[in-house]
Design a protein around this ligand. Sequence first.
Ligand code: PMP
Length: 355
Amino acid sequence: MKAFEKNIRKVEPYVPGEQPQNKVIKLNTNENPYPPAPGVTAALEKLNTDRLRLYPDPAAEVLVKELADFYGVGKDQVFVGVGSDDVLSMCFLTFFNSEKPIIFPDITYSFYKVWADLYRIPYECKPVDEKFCIRKEDYYGENGGVIFPNPNAPTGLYLELEDVEDIIAHNPDVIVIVDEAYIDFAGRSALELIERYENLIVVQTFSKARSMAGMRIGYAISNPALIRYLNDAKYSFNSYTMNLTSLICGAEAVKDRAYFEEGIQKIICTREWSKEELKKLGFSCLDSRANFIFAAHPSYDAKELFEYLKTQNIYVRYWESERIRQYLRITVGTESEMREFFEVLKKYMAKGDHS
Ligand code: PMP
């Protein structure tokens, strides 16, 4: 080993889902199968490229204002970043600086461990129960901070707001981050609690319900004091995280509430239908409230099925890790994509030569 090697910050990076460049049925990274709001297309067509000469607004005012109006909070309660991954990473850097371990579920978004390692934050994973549910009592003890997604990923299970509040209320001395990447498909948001708990940060994204994963926009909503800390960290890192195009398109997307709500209903409808279809085929299927389904079959090996689907140009997500290696995570596509998925699945099950 070279002498300088010991001073290099080494991390085991997060592994994102595949992004195949050929045409496939893509049910592997929880994108939305429908296009963004029509106003986004119009804004892109109108974009005056001369504006690209200049740096974008570091305060991201146009986007922050739309989000503040949409959620009925002050502009000083909104922080925006390059996808919620960027926002969450900033939150880890800013708020998790205790010697005590931060806590999160053992089965959850695998990026949490990576940020903790990257920033040298000690952490402890709390096992979800045998039904994959978060046990709120596990989050009562002393810790350096708390983070969990709601709904959780990759299970899709939603924790009722009363239980989320219970976790926040038991942790007044640390910051609690609720990662609501999938909340729009699920139920009540912890945003309702923002005014009551000064230790709460809610993080959401444009990548799922707003169909804009490619634009990379995420945001945190909290009280002005915590948002100020986040902005201080951001300005110490990169003042211009949000590019001009994202600011303009993001603002347009937020303006169209009707399109947003309609899109969510379509996904929920296809999700519920797909869950039933999976059950009819003998899958055990968690009651996902997100835009994906987490399912296992007692007679078929998940990894083999995952590989087979890929040969048929259908991409789903599989993890070779403890507790979940018999599960597939299937993003909810359009109804016609899901019908095609089920045809291929039935063909596989009919073959009958599985070991
Ligand atoms: N949180 C969770 C739980 C997620 O599943 C994802 C998507 N991979 C993210 C955050 C990040 O999404 P994005 O950076 O696209 O906003």
